[in-house]
Design a protein around this ligand. Structure first.
Ligand SMILES: [Zn+2]
Length: 317
């Protein structure tokens, strides 16, 4: 049985910070009461103050106890660690409070204000590296078509945009990061198309770099390694959320959520960045959609709109 715990945002309570909470460790990981986490996010428990059911008004956050998944304003967000029940109360990890919940919530704690004028767009793969492929479409072609269109839309909005490749050529992963650093761009967005052995899998997922101390969404052990991309953990997650939200609104695709991975192209950049997987070439329906220029236009507009939404938030913060 899935139980959801919902927090609502309170305009009246604003970003009220609760008193120091009783922290506990679960399997060596520091956890804090969910009620305390909610208060720090400017959210409140209206029904029974610290109970298992919370009111919502405008902004909502639902946990799936014992699973590393929450739903923020209707969008799936994979957490670093599961929320846990202990002694009749729900706890969330301190790492998720700092790296997942606070940046996403309207409190935006940890999110750094900055200007967004220049953007590096990275079409995945290229040249001898074709990425995923079907008889009718290769990932390296789909990403180049999409990236070129995102570039056009953003330039029309007066952003300065550079592509890590503007043609079908091979660019090593490290070189893509170097190009972002050399351009000193304010944002980095890498565009990919998914594939899986299970042909029924479909939908869009957006990745931010895994924070130090966490395992990536796909599994493995937590790692304490920190990369230059981790300096922007909070902004990375906010960018992932806003791009994922805009992509889903435009495309109507299945939401596979915001995830974390230590992808090479996200490690060594020195600006907020994400990697989007805009659909599954291995799914016949999504392959058909990706072949359709009108659908690709929706995806390109979604990515551009997510970037514009991010700029609005971080420049006025
Ligand atoms: Zn790819």
């Amino acid at each position: 049985m899935r139980r959801f715990i919902t927090f609502g945002a309170s305009a009246l309570l604003g970003c009220a910070v609760a008193a120091a909470p009783p922290e506990i460790r679960i399997s060596g990981i520091p956890y804090t009461p969910a009620g305390h986490a909610a208060a720090n996010c400017g959210m409140y428990s209206a029904r029974n103050g610290g109970g298992t059911s919370f009111a919502r008004s405008g902004e909502s956050l639902q946990f799936t106890p014992e699973k590393p998944l929450c739903i923020y304003n209707g969008i799936k967000v994979h957490q670093c660690f599961p929320a846990r029940w202990r002694n009749g109360a729900l706890y969330v990890s301190r790492l998720d409070l700092a790296k997942t919940l606070l940046p996403l919530s309207s409190a935006r704690t940890g999110v750094v204000r900055h200007r967004v004028r220049s953007i590096t767009i990275d079409p995945g793969h290229g040249g001898r590296d074709q990425g995923a492929a079907t008889r009718r479409l290769r990932e390296k072609i789909a990403t180049l078509l999409l990236a070129s269109r995102v570039c056009e839309i953003l330039r029309r909005c007066n952003y300065q945009v550079n592509l890590t490749r503007g043609s079908d050529r091979y660019v090593p992963l490290g070189e893509r990061c170097r190009l972002q650093r050399a351009a000193r761009s304010d944002l980095f967005v890498s565009i990919h198309v998914n594939a899986a052995a299970n042909r029924s899998l479909q939908g869009i997922e957006t990745y931010a770099l895994t924070p130090a101390g966490a395992a990536s969404t796909s599994g493995g052990k937590p790692s304490q390694t920190s990369f230059s991309g981790n300096r922007d953990d909070a902004n990375n997650l906010l960018l992932a959320y806003l791009i994922q939200r805009a992509l889903l609104r435009r495309s109507g695709a299945v939401d596979r959520g915001i995830k974390r991975a230590r992808f090479a192209v996200l490690r060594d950049i020195n600006a907020p960045g994400v990697l989007v997987e805009v659909g599954f070439l291995s799914n016949p329906r999504e392959e058909q959609r990706l072949l359709d220029p009108a659908y690709r236009e929706k995806l390109a507009r979604g990515i551009a709109e997510g970037i514009v939404a991010y700029q609005r938030v971080v420049e006025r913060k």
